[in-house]
Design a protein around this ligand. Sequence first.
Ligand SMILES: NC(=O)C1=CN([C@@H]2O[C@H](COP(=O)(O)OP(=O)(O)OC[C@H]3O[C@@H](n4cnc5c(N)ncnc54)[C@H](O)[C@@H]3O)[C@@H](O)[C@H]2O)C=CC1
Ligand SMILES: O=C([O-])CC(=O)C(=O)O
Length: 352
Amino acid sequence: MNKSVSVLGNVLWSVAPKLVRYTSSTRDAGSFTRKVAVLGASGGIGQPLSLLLKLSPLISDLSLYDIQHTKGVGADLSHIETRAKVKAYVGQEQLADALKGMELVLIPAGVPRKPGMTRDDLFNTNATIVADLVSSCAKNCPRALIAIIANPVNSTVPIAAEIMKHHGVYDEKKVIGVTTLDVVRAATFVAEAKGLDPTRVFVPVIGGHSGNTIIPLLSQLSPPVSFSKQELDSLTKRIQNAGTEVVEAKAGTGSATLSMAHAAARFTFSVLEALGGKEGVVECGYILSKETEFKYFATPLSFTRNGVERSHGIGKLSEYETKLMEEAKSELNSNIKKGEEFAKAYLQKQKK
Ligand SMILES: NC(=O)C1=CN([C@@H]2O[C@H](COP(=O)(O)OP(=O)(O)OC[C@H]3O[C@@H](n4cnc5c(N)ncnc54)[C@H](O)[C@@H]3O)[C@@H](O)[C@H]2O)C=CC1
Ligand SMILES: O=C([O-])CC(=O)C(=O)O
């Protein structure tokens, strides 16, 4: 595991300059088909994410689903002179059609935080939304890779896994919580603090996606940089609280949408490149994991044609990072348990 992490730095160093993969050129698009669905496409994340995906030559078909407004979003995006064919679906009765044939399903559907709330406060609303949507994925596109953005990710991923399991179609390589925004933020903040080019910085961020379950591994930074204890404290704190920083700045109108759209697009392009046969594709993601004592855990992951090929593990943690792992314990475990218990009750209710 440690060996793979030392290799990882080099891999990431080589892919970092290619982070920006939006282009309106269709000349080299080829004839392959790549079908991607966005569930929650009319929302704060859904709209800019759908725009970024529409701009990519990697996508042949873009399916937009929401319970409202997708017809307008779809009509608008469909006028852009790029390859992806846009189809818009609205309302529960069109969900199955939105999903049929999809290879990658992104789920930003769900309510966002307001100031004073934790991500876990979104559980009551978003758990059911994710369970309903993933149930439909299980029936209509059981082999698709499902990327969950809706919070609380620490719980919504276990919910999705249990739903897929119930339908007999769970592939642990294909149900992933999107934690790319933590990696994006970590690179940005470190680059700012150290005067580096942010597109050449990679900080593995492991753990979960809320408060102190977000564990940036600044000791495994690429390129290697050293930090004072004070720098470690302030960077770690800022990365862990970055979502709240945006929620407070938006003052009741939502949480991160534009940076999240970028992060989800980056994750999508990486997955699609791997599905297309590109080697050496690595992104962090929250997934069923054997790397630590936690049942679900984010680590750097290698992607191939079949989804996640393998985890790169957590590498050698510094004393500081070992302490962060300790601090994450109770919240992450209770978030996972809460998701699993919800799924059990949800599936029980469906049987009646
Ligand atoms: N994983 C991450 O790093 C991040 C996750 N988030 C999470 O993403 C979620 C979405 O955030 P925003 O786009 O800002 O919220 P939003 O409220 O602007 O958009 C959510 C969209 O979901 C739709 N929706 C609600 N129920 C639905 C259903 N059953 N089926 C399909 N669509 C449905 C709504 O109509 C709306 O268009 C939130 O839970 C937020 O906490 C936000 C930022 C980062
Ligand atoms: O903070 C939130 O509620 C949204 C989110 O997950 C993030 O920005 O990382």
